[in-house]
Unconditional design. Structure first.
Lengths: 502, 158
């Protein structure tokens, strides 16, 4: 085991594998910055180039690219409020308000350092979990996966206003997100739902145009209304100090970063959930940890903890996703499904062989995650000061470029003009959501989880009738869900008691 | 503002009601999930509508975990700028439809910088040229995104 661990390191450090990893990282860096061109799509584009590589080189190249895209996706989320990746949307909620407060450097430093810590925890989890994760994954059938998705949805309680009215609005938006996710052809019966007679909607709404519209358009309009720079007229933070403050924040709130990383690993292990869910669950967890009602209200207004949580979970889930992919050939996400094809091209069969005969290659993946993230963060930290200066450029000069990023990103989803219209429609809707105080995060969580929930619900009912509700794990998860839903109410009572004492 | 909130609630109620009405015409498998989410959506938005209508104060806003629009600008100026902002966005999409993405990029960047951003003619032309070159290299040469031709090109193609 130790030998394989060390061999894995040397496999990555061979000059060719290392060079390919750096090349992959450069690609991943660019892809992460460009909204819409997802890490999974780039993996698919790069698969044909690995035919002449050996397994260690191929995985160094592919994983180097994939892991970095998740990290750099946070950069545009923070600087412009435009999610660089669908999995970076939660970072917008607090990252962009921090940029507006003149704390872009701090937010970027926090996002990158928490990403690094998350990636390291994910890599450690991958190294440690492979021998023990088999029973866990095998114990989870569609009913359990359905319940886990429902637990994900129940995080809405933490993403909404703390009082009863805030909860009503939050749940309504979550339900609307779930409803929007049903647009298109129903997978089991083939019926068309809410397609409005348009063939474009048969496949359902793609994540990217919707997410970009929901988050980017209101921010751009707000910037146009203010007529100032993103950071307004605020005095410029000493940028390098800001970045270091963000790095320090990651260690100041280390246990939050650690817990959110664990959330990311766990969500990553479960097939179908992916980073879109991990980031929001981590964000909800960060909100749940507010000390009192005033502390809770800081979220969404530029609280660094709202950046740390999603940043950590985004990257730790990479290690988590690799666990079922490597150990059982069960991909945890679309990107991992593409990576699985890389295994087959290399002549490797995921499963027991990867834990015995090819253990060194498995560990080379762990090392790639570690080394690629460390190099990325070190490189980014040296240029963050310059990047953060963008928030002090006048809005009139920034807006056309941000709009360009937004619409090119949306267009890449299906390469149709209709993608731009979807972005506009959801952008307008999102503008009114913000204007009238309806929270956007629950909507996005519902939209991301909708298809997963419906699919698992259908399989569960088709396979077990309603007897699956009596599965012990399902009952346990039901109790857990009740706790997740009830927690904010208990928390609110605790806050009220505290406020009363004060 | 209250009228806007009422209208937004009514819009959500209409969406939920339409979703229920449509779902009732589908088979059980297709209708189950949409009905399960749109029915509580209808109820919750109706409750919120009731609360908005019966609220005692005009600014009866609840804090949410989300962005707040800046309030430094007067509502009249803000409304005007919002309209201008959305007009540029609609203009961008209309231009993409008519002349295609590759041509829209320089046209939009130039016009925005010159007439909205207040950049000098020379500055706007220089930045536009650099942006166009970057766009062409990254999206057309490197990533090879196949942009649809504009409607004008299709109409006038011999």
């Amino acid at each position: 085991m130790i030998d394989a661990f060390i061999d894995g390191l040397f496999l990555v450090l061979q000059w060719k594998a290392f060079s390919l990893m750096l090349l992959g990282m450069a690609l991943g860096f660019s892809v992460g910055l460009l909204p819409g061109i997802g890490g999974a799509a780039t993996l698919a584009l790069m698969i044909p180039f690995i035919f002449k590589m050996n397994p260690a080189e191929a995985f160094a190249f592919l994983l180097g690219m994939h892991s970095v895209a998740a990290t750099t996706g946070d950069i545009t989320s923070i600087l412009f409020g435009v999610p660089g990746e669908a999995i970076s949307a939660a970072t917008v909620v607090d990252g962009y308000p921090m940029a507006k407060k003149g704390e872009a450097g701090r937010a970027l430093g926090a996002a990158l350092m928490s990403s690094l810590i998350g990636a390291l925890i994910g890599a450690v989890a991958l190294a440690l979990a492979i021998p023990i994760v088999r029973p866990l994954v095998l114990a989870f059938g569609s009913p359990e996966l359905f319940m886990l998705s429902v637990i994900g949805i129940s995080c809405i309680t933490s993403l909404s206003g703390a009082d009863a009215r805030g909860q009503i609005k939050g749940f309504a938006m979550g339900l609307l997100g779930l409803l929007v996710s049903t647009v298109g052809q129903e997978r089991q019966s083939g019926s068309l739902r809410y397609d409005m007679g348009m063939m474009y909607l048969w496949e359902g709404l793609d994540f990217v145009p919707v997410l970009v519209g929901i988050f980017a358009i209101p921010e751009i309009i707000d910037l146009a209304v203010r007529g100032t720079a993103i950071a307004g007229e605020r005095p410029s933070e000493k940028l390098s100090q800001g970045v270091m403050a963000g790095v320090k924040d990651s260690f100041k709130h280390f246990w939050l970063v650690f817990r959110c990383s664990v959330v990311g690993v766990f969500v990553g292990i479960l097939p179908g959930a992916g980073g879109g869910v991990a980031q929001w669950m981590a964000y909800a967890h960060a909100v749940q940890n507010a000390k009192d009602s005033a502390d809770r209200e800081r979220f969404g207004k530029g609280d660094v903890r709202g950046v740390l949580g999603p940043g950590a979970a985004n990257n730790s889930k990479e290690g988590g996703e690799l666990i079922p992919t490597v150990a059982f050939g069960v991909p945890g996400s679309g990107a991992m499904a593409i990576l699985l094809s890389g295994f087959l091209i290399m002549g490797l069969t995921p499963g027991p062989d990867m834990l015995t005969k090819h253990l060194a290659i498995t560990f080379s993946m762990v090392w790639t995650l570690v080394i690629a993230n460390i190099i990325t963060v070190i490189l980014c930290l040296t240029v963050l000061d310059q990047l953060a200066k963008v928030t002090y450029v006048r809005g009139g000069l920034i807006i056309p470029f941000v709009l360009l990023l937004v619409f090119v990103g949306s267009y890449t989803a299906n390469r149709q003009i209709a993608d731009l219209l979807v972005t506009l429609v959801f952008g307008v809707f999102s503008y009114f959501m913000v204007l009238f105080g309806w929270p956007r995060p629950p909507f996005v969580l519902g939209f991301v989880l909708g298809k997963i929930i419906e699919t698992y619900l259908f399989i569960s009912v088709a396979r077990y009738g309603f007897s699956w509700l009596l599965h012990p794990t399902v009952i346990f998860l039901l109790i857990l869900m009740a706790i997740v839903i009830a927690y904010p109410y208990f928390q609110q009572r605790r806050y009220s008691a505290k406020d009363g004492d004060a | 503002m209250r009228r806007g909130r009422v209208l937004f609630c009514i819009f959500l109620i209409i969406v939920a009601a339409h979703a229920i009405r449509s779902a009732l015409q589908w088979n059980f498998k297709a209708a189950l999930f949409p009905l399960a989410v749109s029915t509580p959506l209808l109820i919750l938005t109706a409750i919120e509508l009731f609360r908005v209508i019966t609220a005692k104060t005009e600014t009866d806003q609840v804090p949410s975990v989300d962005l707040d629009f800046s309030s430094d600008v007067s509502p009249e100026v803000a409304s005007c700028r919002v309209a201008i902002g959305f007009s540029w966005i609609v203009g961008f999409i209309a231009a993409v439809y008519l002349i295609g993405f590759p041509l829209t990029v320089p046209v939009f960047i130039f016009f925005y910088l010159r007439f909205q951003g207040g950049v000098t003619w020379v500055g706007a032309i220089a930045v536009t040229a650099i942006t166009w070159a970057g766009f062409y290299l990254v999206f057309q040469r490197l990533v090879h995104i196949p942009f649809e031709p504009g409607a004008l090109e299709v109409w006038f193609r011999p």
